[in-house]
Design a protein around this ligand. Structure first.
Ligand code: SAM
Length: 328
C-alpha cells in the first residue's frame, strides 16, 4: 500500500497525548509521505492511556532512563518538553553542563542519532527567562550539535484556532535548507464550531458564581469565553484564553455560565473529533491544557516536511528555486 512512497521516521518525545503526532500525520497525509513513529515516550500513565487508545501503541516511560543508543534511527525528532528545564538551566553552558535537565535528554539523543531535523515547543516565557540567557544556552547547545536553528513565538489564534496560546517553536535542521516559519492563517474558527449543543449539568458553574460573574461583566460577544485573571478581573472574547493544565476550575466559562467540556477543550487545541478522549474529565482537562495547538504545529511541519522528505541534493535545489523566485 505504501510502495514507492517516501517514509519518514520520527520520534515523539514528551509525547503527552500525541499533539505532534496528530499534526505530523495530518501534514503527511496532505503530501505523498508516510509517517512512521519509531518511538514515543512520556512519564504520565494517563497520557499513555490516551496515546495508546488513539494510536495503538503505549509510549515508553521516563526519558532519563532511556539510553540514547536504544533510540531507533529517525529522520525527525519532536519534543514539547516541560518548562522544568529552564528554571534550572540558568547559568549553565554546553552539553555537559545541562546534564540533569530534561533538555539534556533531547540533546543527548540528537548527538547520538543525528536526525535530519527537530521541532521543539515550549511556553513563550522561555524566550525571556533569565534575560534571554536560558534560550541562548539551549540554542547554542543545539548549534554545537551541528544544527541550523531558528525559533519563533507563534500564536494559535493566527493558525485557525479560537484560543490565544503563544508558544515558542524551535526548529533545527542539519542540511543547508531554507526553512521559514509559516505566515499567519486568518481568520480563526468561530466558537460556534467548537461549542457543543448539549452540555451536561455537571459542567455548569454554581448559581453563586454565575451571578457574581454577571454582576461584574457584560460581554460584547455571543458566544464568548469569559476569563478570570489573577486579580479576579473578568474579560470575555470570541475566543478562549490559553487552556492551562493546573488552572482553577472556573477560570474559563462559556458565556459566563459553564466550563468547557473535554471535547470543546480538545477542539480548541485543534484535535479532530476522531480523537478519543479518556473518560476522566480531570485528566482530560489536564491533557488538553498541556498539549499543543495541533493546527499551529501542523503549519510549521508543512513548511519543514518537503525538506525532510528530500535527499540533500533535491533539498538544495528546492532551496535555490525558492530563493530565486522568492517563494519561501
Ligand atoms: C508540555 S507536555 C507535552 C504535551 C504534548 N506535546 C502533547 O501534545 O500532549 C510535557 C510532557 O512531558 C512529560 N514528561 C515530564 N517528564 C518526563 C520524563 N522524565 N520522561 C518522559 N516524559 C516526561 C509529561 O508527562 C508531559 O506529558
Amino acid at each position: 500500500m505504501y510502495e514507492g512512497r517516501e517514509r519518514i521516521r520520527y520520534i515523539d518525545l514528551f509525547c503527552g497525548i500525541g499533539g505532534f503526532r496528530v499534526a505530523f500525520e495530518e501534514a503527511c497525509s496532505e503530501s505523498d509521505v508516510v509517517p512512521v513513529c519509531v518511538m514515543s515516550s512520556d512519564i504520565d500513565e494517563f497520557c499513555k492511556d490516551s496515546y495508546e487508545l488513539n494510536f495503538g501503541e503505549r509510549p515508553k516511560g521516563d526519558i532519563t532512563k532511556i539510553d540514547e543508543m536504544d533510540v531507533p534511527d529517525h529522520d525527525i525528532l519532536f519534543a514539547g518538553f516541560p518548562c522544568q528545564p529552564f528554571s534550572i538551566i540558568g547559568n549553565m553552558q554546553g552539553l555537559n553542563d545541562i546534564r540533569g535537565t530534561l533538555f539534556f535528554d533531547i540533546a543527548r539523543i540528537l548527538e547520538a542519532k543525528k536526525p535530519k531535523a527537530f521541532v521543539l515547543e515550549n511556553v513563550k516565557q522561555l524566550v525571556g527567562h533569565d534575560k534571554g540567557n536560558t534560550l541562548k544556552i539551549i540554542l547554542q547547545t543545539l548549534k554545537d550539535l551541528g544544527y541550523t536553528v531558528q525559533y519563533k513565538v507563534l500564536n494559535a489564534l493566527d493558525f485557525g484556532l479560537p484560543q490565544k496560546r503563544e508558544r515558542v517553536v524551535i526548529v533545527g535542521h542539519r542540511d543547508p535548507i531554507l526553512f521559514t516559519f509559516p505566515s499567519p492563517i486568518k481568520p480563526f474558527r468561530p466558537l460556534t464550531e467548537i461549542l457543543e449543543q448539549e452540555v451536561g449539568e455537571k459542567h455548569f458553574a454554581s448559581d453563586y458564581i454565575r451571578e457574581k460573574r454577571k454582576e461584574s461583566h457584560k460581554s460584547a460577544f455571543n458566544p464568548s469565553i469569559w476569563h478570570e485573571n489573577k486579580s479576579g478581573n473578568i474579560c470575555s472574547y470570541p475566543y478562549s484564553c490559553a487552556l492551562r493544565a493546573g488552572a482553577s476550575y472556573n477560570y474559563l466559562l462559556v458565556n459566563g455560565e459553564r466550563r468547557l467540556t473535554p471535547r470543546e477543550m480538545f477542539r480548541l487545541q485543534g484535535f479532530p473529533d476522531w480523537y478519543q478522549i479518556i473518560e476522566n474529565d480531570g485528566q482530560a482537562r489536564k491533557q488538553a491544557g498541556n498539549s499543543i495547538p495541533v493546527s499551529m504545529i501542523k503549519a510549521v511541519l508543512q513548511k519543514l516536511l518537503p525538506y525532510v522528505a528530500l535527499s540533500l541534493d533535491e533539498a538544495v535545489l528546492l532551496r535555490d528555486v525558492e530563493i530565486q523566485y522568492n517563494i519561501a
